[in-house]
Design a protein around this ligand. Structure first.
Ligand code: ARG
Ligand code: ASP
Length: 707
């Protein structure tokens, strides 16, 4: 016993100190990291990165919609982001005649640029610590719900005041679970136009097979331009708008990087959970991920079988599969990584250390015990909801049953008519797009429901099936539902009035959906869940505050919350498994190695092959004469960092971040310098594609290139 304890204590000693290269730092407070960053090789200052009085690197960074990052590379508002970030716009403006997704798109002049409706580019003007004002009127005794109300009220007052008389928009976000609040004053541009995108077999080369993987060869970039009114201020689309002149755009270095070189990533990471207790880690990585993975296995297996039947089938399912597979693969890496690190026990050891410190402090001594109790109450509910969302809702049948259920609950005749017309159009499209789909969807429905049932998570089926065996019952639900009979369904929509609601509710699929929903989301469960989540919020706030007092000399980075951050590290390969070492950069030769004309993800454009054969790389080759494609580094990144600039020691652009290696995706919970790597596109490959492949040198000419 004594031995285990001292071992645990030893482990715990290592934990609170942030691991080398771990962390997503607040630009305004980067002064605290400056010495470490310079020791690691940086040659610029924290002030070059964030400065409230002068143009600085932060002025070149934008939040692309609400989920990716972009960076200005010219004084004409031109910016870079990932292909997968621009994907939905590239798709939206593609037609059969102009299939930009497949063949790429390059505006050869400004008037060819495509306005992207709804797309925003947000620039941070300044940030400010507003903790005191946000928390005014709140004491330790304020009940949590009351606290939430006051915080919200204060936030409205502060943000309104901050932007009064300006065109700026302000938001306030909690940090360290509400121990601190920062305000972000932003400028939101709404006229953003598509300028360029490589063909899919470059921008998405390797597809889902290579997603989250190293070695990687995806040319994952696209280009857009921000337009503004003549006064330089944000304006909605107008022909009269002019290219926005950013206060700062990034210099681009063609020198590239070598193993060991300092790099930093400047962008908008979405969510991390660095400080959660073992309760959350266990719930998420050990209990829930395997459920999610197993249920997605079912879906992916059936879709992939269908995709192999024909190119048309493949296209039909590609984007659906891409989004299902993205989480599926990430969670596998996450759980594997947590297990490899024995993460739950690491957390417990750290918590034991905290407890020893907290035992003498009333404010903190019960936090961890109460946390565990709150988690005991929410865990079974949350798990049930995971089964519902991933299992019951796996099929299109159930999503569509949900729509019918909503219709049946609409009493207003006009509203019901509008819904019917809309659903009718959607279903017509559904049936024509997915002619053979019912076969695939039926298999998914039956298998996913059966799996859920066998895990004891769909016992309501027993009330519905009577004496019919489960599998047979599920088959009947599918075959008898009006949702699987296009003719009947469309005829029903034509004539439907709210009087027929009960017929709808009696449809076997709708009945199954409503029963499942009603038994999974009871008011009781929702109440328990909300109350305990609120309690967990309060406890996390207390726990994190406690840890910061316990280790006053540690620099704790706040969990990611889709605000601008700096992560720094260095270019480095890694050992994914025994006897294998991954070198840190990939080249065009690797694309040729992967080439397979029979596999969609590995088709190589003839033009690219030609350039490879003639080694026509211009100034973009590395010193070894190779064409670099991507590289990995130890920067701590997460979803939302996609499209972020990767900068060198001088603050020059050397790459575009687009992914992580799946062996290190536990970095959202636990960072391991041996395994956690971000994946970036080498800027030289990006420029090579623009100039040599696409012949759009005029775009490169706009940029500031440092050779
Ligand atoms: N894994 C990357 C991220 O999480 C890229 C996803 C898009 N690519 C794909 N093949 N699904 O966003
Ligand atoms: N691919 C992710 C993104 O789109 C980045 C990551 O999770 O590392 O933001």
């Amino acid at each position: 016993m004594k031995k285990t304890l001292s071992l645990l204590a030893l482990l715990a000693l290592l934990i609170p100190t942030v691991m080398a290269d771990e962390g997503m730092w607040i630009p305004m407070l980067l002064g605290k990291n400056q010495a470490a960053m310079q020791r690691a090789g940086m040659r610029i200052t924290a002030q070059d990165i964030y400065d409230i009085n002068n143009a600085c690197l932060k002025d070149a960074i934008i939040l692309f919609n609400q989920g990716c990052t972009g960076e200005f590379v010219s004084d004409q508002g031109l910016f870079l982001t990932n292909h997968h970030c621009g994907y939905s716009y590239i798709t939206r403006y593609s037609t059969v005649e102009h299939d930009y997704l497949t063949h790429g798109f390059w505006a050869m002049s400004r008037d060819q640029e495509i306005p992207c409706q709804g797309l925003t580019a947000t620039r941070l003007v300044r940030m400010e610590d507003v903790t005191n004002r946000v928390l005014s009127g709140i004491s330790d005794k304020t009940p949590e719900e009351e606290r939430e109300r006051i915080v919200k009220q204060n936030i409205t007052i502060i943000t309104t005041e901050a932007v009064a008389g300006t065109h700026y928009k302000a938001i306030i976000k909690p940090f360290y679970y509400g121990n601190q609040y920062f305000m972000y004053v932003n400028e939101v541009f709404t006229d953003v136009r598509l300028v360029g995108a490589p063909p899919s077999n470059i921008g998405k080369f390797g597809g889902d097979t290579d997603n989250w993987m190293w070695p990687r060869h995806t040319g994952d970039f696209s280009m857009f331009r921000v337009y503004a009114g003549k006064d330089g201020k944000p304006a909605d689309f107008s022909k009269d708008n002019v290219p926005y002149r950013p206060l700062k755009h990034l210099d681009i270095s063609l020198k590239g990087v070598d193993e060991g070189d300092f790099t930093f990533v400047f962008g908008y990471p979405g969510t991390t959970q660095r400080y959660v207790t073992h309760d959350q880690m266990e719930l998420q990585a050990i209990q829930e991920n395997p459920i999610r993975i197993a249920l997605r296995d079912i879906r992916l297996r059936h879709y992939k079988n269908a995709m192999e039947l024909s190119p048309a089938q493949r296209l039909k399912y590609a984007s659906k599969v891409a989004s299902i597979a993205n989480g599926w693969k990430k969670w596998q890496g996450e759980t594997l990584g947590i297990n490899r690190l024995d993460g739950v026990n690491q957390k417990k050891a750290q918590e034991a250390e905290f407890q020893a410190w907290a035992d003498k402090r009333d404010e903190y001594k019960n936090v961890l015990r109460e946390m565990t109790r709150a988690y005991e109450r929410i865990s079974p509910i949350e798990i049930e909801w995971v089964y519902f969302n991933e299992g019951v809702m796996a099929s299109d049948l159930m999503t569509r049953a949900n729509h019918l259920f909503r219709l049946a609950n609409t009493q207003d005749a006009d509203e019901a008519r509008t819904m019917c017309d809309k659903m009718s159009a959607n279903n017509e499209k559904f049936f024509s797009d997915f002619a053979e789909h019912t076969l695939v969807d039926r298999a998914i429905f039956v298998d996913a429901m059966l799996y859920t049932y066998r895990q004891g998570q769909a016992s309501y089926i027993d009330q519905l099936r009577g004496k019919t065996p489960v599998e047979q019952y599920l088959g009947q639900v599918y075959d008898k539902s009006i949702l699987t009979n296009a003719g009947k369904l469309l005829a029903m929509f034509k004539k439907y009035t709210p009087k027929q609601a009960s017929t709808l509710l009696n449809d076997p699929a709708v009945k199954l959906f409503t029963t499942a929903y009603a038994s999974t989301y009871t008011t009781d469960k929702e109440h328990i869940y909300d109350a305990n989540k609120r309690e967990i919020n309060r406890l996390m706030r207390t726990y994190v505050r406690g840890m910061m007092q316990q280790y006053p000399d540690s620099n704790f980075f706040p969990d990611a919350n889709l605000t601008l951050r700096v992560a720094y590290g260095h270019v480095e390969g890694f050992r994914p498994k025994d006897a294998v070492y991954y070198t840190p950069y990939s080249t065009l030769a690797g694309i040729m190695d992967k080439e397979n004309p029979d596999i969609y993800d590995y088709v190589v454009e003839p033009k690219l092959k030609q350039l490879y054969k003639t080694k026509d790389y211009g100034r973009y080759a590395n010193l070894r004469g190779e064409m670099p494609v991507a590289f990995i580094a130890t920067n701590h990144t997460t979803g939302g960092n996609s499209g972020s600039p990767v900068l060198n020691a001088d603050g020059q652009l050397i790459g575009i971040n687009f992914d992580r290696c799946w062996e290190g995706t536990m970095s959202d919970l636990l960072f391991d310098p041996a395994y956690c790597r971000n994946i970036s596109l080498d800027i030289r490959y990006c420029l090579f594609i623009i100039e040599k492949f696409a012949g759009a040198k005029h775009l490169v000419d706009e940029m500031t290139i440092v050779e």
